[in-house]
Design a binder for this molecule. Sequence first.
Ligand SMILES: Cc1cc2nc3c(=O)[nH]c(=O)nc-3n(C[C@H](O)[C@H](O)[C@H](O)COP(=O)(O)O)c2cc1C
Length: 199
Amino acid sequence: MHLNKDVEGIRKPNYEIDSIFVNRWSARAMSGEEMSNDELMPLFEAARWAPSASNAQEWRFVFAKRNTSNWKKFFGLLADGNKVWAKNASVLVVVVSRKTMEYKEKPAPTHSFDTGAAWMSLALEGTKRNYVIHAMAGFDYEKAGKVIGLSEKYAVEAMVAIGKKGKKENLPEALLEKEKPSIRKELEEIAFEGKMNKN
Ligand SMILES: Cc1cc2nc3c(=O)[nH]c(=O)nc-3n(C[C@H](O)[C@H](O)[C@H](O)COP(=O)(O)O)c2cc1C
């Protein structure tokens, strides 16, 4: 395992796994630089190959790049606590899922599950490319649907800030303290043979 310096010593996996899973974390320090399509599109390409029930591919990514008129609309959706740091992102994404199959509009009960897999693929590819990838639920979901012109067939799942790494010293003090990888529950708390424990 080749853990990055920022996670080493904090995150301690019990088993030998690919380092990408441990190296990914939701940093907030970004540089405020723009991102080209050549830099951005590979992240959606990674998401594209996620698995989904009946290969329905319910995920959609609606994005706004900084220094564009779309950016202002997307940025305005964020909760104040997220605006503080997401202002330095290169791209803001509204992650959307299609609630029904395109074939006969049958319900797609795993639309969120499948879209979750796709977002994680995006996050891991972004981590590999040394970008900050940070999901957010702190935004106005209803307004987001209006801003991107969403139809009834779709659900807003989350937003994601994508950016180039920046100096953490530039974060406000309260966020500076939080600018480190988080730890996890023990394996015994999440994986069970046969039966769940009571908690
Ligand atoms: C769906 C989702 C919504 C989140 N919403 C926010 C948010 O609004 N603001 C924020 O700062 N972090 C947000 N996060 C980041 C989580 O707090 C973070 O993923 C979690 O603490 C685990 O840390 P790690 O991603 O650094 O491993 C969100 C993450 C996910 C997956």
